[in-house]
Structures are given as structure tokens and as C-alpha cells.
Write a protein that binds this ligand. Structure first.
Ligand code: PLP
Length: 403
């Protein structure tokens, strides 16, 4: 059966139905729309300069030059050397290259890896797979605000520890982990440190070298870049075994013909994010605070998760007691408002969020959670509309809820 083309959820203009649509998209941690400026930067490499960047003739060199220029732009923005960036297809792949790569490079040195209970499945499931292969995994708990205890992390290190992988900003709550402190500890002990910065790159003023981690993951589609492109920062001298073997691209660390158009788009998206970061963060942070204030003022029995933690400015995770977050999301969807109950990867999973459970919420509390992740298209009016919609949806659901 042929698929109907996806009706674009235009954030302005008319909806497929013909009615004036103002889709309110508050799911920017799941993905972001491709920015027109990014699309423009990609088009020459899709349409004209489509050569394989490894090809030996001038046409190939043009593609390679474009790719290396993009690498230089990204390296300059994120604060690292060009030789420290490995392009790959997704944040998930980047996490895999980092964790499996270190595990296989250092397996003779030790088989112990430390991570946290609130990681993205790209990290958690990779660690689970390594556990089946004989590695020992320590999963650090978090406190009520979703933060890892640095002292506990330090106490968990042992002579066999080869890697610590703790994420930077959590995708569900926005809580920012004390990455610099963790890096100082791992550096002192000579242990490698990977951080998944998929949700913080572009949202925080990051400087990879200064952050102190040896491996840092980021992904294009979270910052208005295209899907299918991401990168791993690999600090010079970090031992890493390739996970994908083949043609030796990306200095042998990620074989496969590079996605030149995607890399050009990633450079544009990173540039854009860093150029506009300060005012955008301020604007979005104020809108997020307003959203939380209005929700807690107008809807009783709500709880903002990780509210005492430092958070990325766009993310709010709120529990509506006595009802199911999934039903709230469906109610919002009917009104053309996009939000989610947590990670897009776990949509349809009846289990409550592993992040919220790790923070000590009961299953029932966690079931009532909704994540709102604001973005560059979010306006003040959107906040008012969402709060009004939520008031109606929550009171209707509570009147029929048996939870
Ligand atoms: N890590 C985090 C924290 C994420 O939020 C995501 C995506 O939601 C990923 C990794 C996976 O990134 P990608 O969708 O590019 O595979």
C-alpha cells in the first residue's frame, strides 16, 4: 500500500483541512523543523556537488573541500580541533561508537563501565548489550531532581573502570548534570568520560574542550539541522575501536560515504544556534517559566519535575496527578498542540518513564507526566493557548479518571 504524503504540520498558514492552522509545536526535544537557512545550505550538495568526497578527481575534491570547510566551522563553534570530529548518522550511532568503541579498545584493561539510570536508550541499551557480552555495568541513581551524585560516582570507580558515560542535559526533564565536576574526577583517575550532549548542544554555550569530556555526542535534528547527521567529538589520543568497518572514512572511526549535504546543513545549524543562543535562551526560558507558572496557578495538583535542578531553558516536565499523561497528549493533539510524555523513542510504551521512576516518582505519578519542549517558533500566545487547552483537558480527564 502506498503511503499518503505526510501533511506538514505547518506552524503557520493553513492546515490540510483548510482551516486556519496554527500548530503549536512543543516537542522540540523530539526533533526540530529544518530551518530554511539550513535547507539552502544543503541544496548545492544535493543538486550539484553530489560527488563522493573520497573520489580522486576534482569533482570529488569539491565535495571533500565542502565537507572539510563544514567540519572547520563546526569545530570552531563547539571548541575543538577538526581532527576531533567524527561524522555519523545519528545521536544514537554516535553514542554507540563512543561506548562500544571504548569498551572494545580497552577490554583488556578492564571491563567496568559506569553510567546513570536516566540516560537515553541509545546509552542504556548499548550498556545492556555490553553487559550481555561480559562487561560489568554500574548504573548510578539520581536524586529527586534527576541529578547524579558526584561523590557516589567517584566512589563507584575502581581499577577496572574504563569508561564513565553520563549525559549532559536530560531529554525528558532538561536537568543538567555536573559534567565539569565528573570530568575533573575521571581525568584525575585516568578514566575516559563520554557525555551525550544531544539535548544541550545548541542550547547551552558549550565549549567541548573546556567541558573536559573525552567523547561528546551531538545530533543535527535537535538544532534545526537535518535528520541523518550527527557527530562524535573524540579528544585527541582517546583509544577507540571502530564499530563499523569498511572504507576507512572518518579516520577509520566511522566507515561509510559521508553525508556531505547533511554535514553542510549541520555546520549551518550549529552556526545559527551559537549565533542566536543568548537572546533565544533568554526568550525561551521566560516563556517556559511563564508556562509553568500559569499551569501551576490554574490547574491544581500538578508537579514540575526537576524544578530545583539547573535545566536547559526550553524543557518543562509536569505531572498532572490522577490522570494519564498519554491522554493529555492525545487531548492536546486534537487541538493541534504537540507535546509528549517523554522520549519520542518510547512513545506507545505503556511503561512510565524510566527517568521519572529513577527520580523516585511512583508509577502512578510518573504516568501523569507530560513533557513540553519549547523552541524558536514558540510565541507568548502559544503559552496562553496551551494553558487554556490544558485546563479543559485536565478537568475533563479528572472527572472520568479512575486512577
Ligand atoms: N540522546 C539524547 C539525550 C536524545 O534526546 C536523543 C534523541 O532524542 C538521542 C540521544 C538520539 O539521537 P538521534 O535521534 O539523533 O538518534
Amino acid at each position: 500500500m502506498e503511503c499518503a504524503p505526510c501533511s506538514p504540520p505547518s506552524t503557520t498558514g493553513k492546515h490540510e483541512s483548510g482551516k486556519d492552522s496554527a500548530l503549536i509545536y512543543l516537542d522540540n526535544n523530539a526533533t526540530t523543523p529544518l530551518h530554511p537557512r539550513v535547507l539552502d545550505s544543503m541544496m548545492p550538495f544535493l543538486r550539484d556537488c553530489w560527488a563522493n568526497p573520497s573520489s580522486p578527481y576534482r569533482f570529488g575534491h569539491q565535495a571533500r573541500d565542502a565537507m572539510e570547510k563544514a567540519r572547520e566551522r563546526i569545530a570552531k563553534r563547539v571548541g575543538c580541533k577538526t581532527t576531533e570530529l567524527v561524522f555519523c548518522s545519528s545521536g544514537t550511532e554516535s553514542d554507540n561508537i563512543a561506548i562500544r568503541g571504548v569498551a572494545h579498545a580497552l577490554s583488556s584493561k578492564g571491563g567496568h563501565i559506569i553510567t546513570s539510570t536516566i540516560e537515553h536508550p541509545a546509552v542504556l541499551d548499548t550498556c545492556k548489550a555490553l553487559e550481555r557480552d561480559g562487561f560489568r555495568i554500574t548504573r548510578l541513581p539520581v536524586n529527586r531532581d534527576g541529578l547524579v551524585d558526584v561523590a557516589m560516582l567517584e566512589a563507584s570507580l575502581c581499577n577496572e573502570t574504563i569508561l564513565v558515560s553520563v549525559m549532559h542535559a536530560n531529554n525528558e526533564t532538561g536537568a543538567i548534570q555536573p559534567i565539569e565536576k565528573i570530568a575533573a574526577i575521571t581525568k584525575k583517575r585516568g578514566i575516559l568520560f563520554h557525555t551525550d550532549a544531544v539535548q544541550s548542544t545548541g542550547k547551552l554555550p558549550l565549549h567541548f574542550d573546556g567541558l573536559g569530556a573525552d567523547l561528546i555526542t551531538f545530533s543535527g535534528h535537535k538544532l534545526h539541522g537535518p535528520k541523518g547527521i550527527a557527530a562524535l567529538f573524540v579528544r585527541t589520543g582517546t583509544p577507540l575501536a571502530p564499530v563499523i568497518s569498511g572504507g576507512g572514512q572518518e579516520r577509520g572511526l566511522r566507515a561509510g560515504t559521508e553525508h556531505v549535504a547533511g554535514i553542510a546543513g549541520l555546520a549551518e545549524a550549529v552556526d545559527m544556534a551559537f549565533e542566536e543562543q543568548e537572546p533565544e535562551n533568554r526568550r525561551i526560558g521566560l516563556l517556559r517559566d511563564r508556562l509553568e507558572k500559569q499551569i501551576t496557578a490554574s490547574i491544581k495538583d500538578t508537579r514540575i519535575n526537576a524544578v530545583h535542578a539547573p535545566r536547559i531553558p526550553n524543557t518543562s516536565n509536569i505531572c498532572f496527578h490522577g490522570i494519564d499523561g498519554e491522554s493529555v497528549v492525545l487531548g492536546l493533539d486534537v487541538l493541534d498542540i504537540c507535546a509528549s510524555t517523554g522520549s519520542a523513542c518510547s512513545t506507545g510504551d505503556p511503561e512510565p518513564s524510566h527517568v521519572l521512576l529513577a527520580m523516585g516518582l511512583s508509577r502512578r505519578e510518573a504516568q501523569g507526566a507530560v513533557r513540553f519542549s519549547l523552541g524558536r517558533d514558540t510565541k507568548e500566545d502559544d503559552v496562553n493557548t496551551v494553558v487554556q487547552a490544558l485546563s479543559g483537558i485536565v478537568s475533563r480527564l479528572r472527572s472520568i479518571s479512575s486512577l
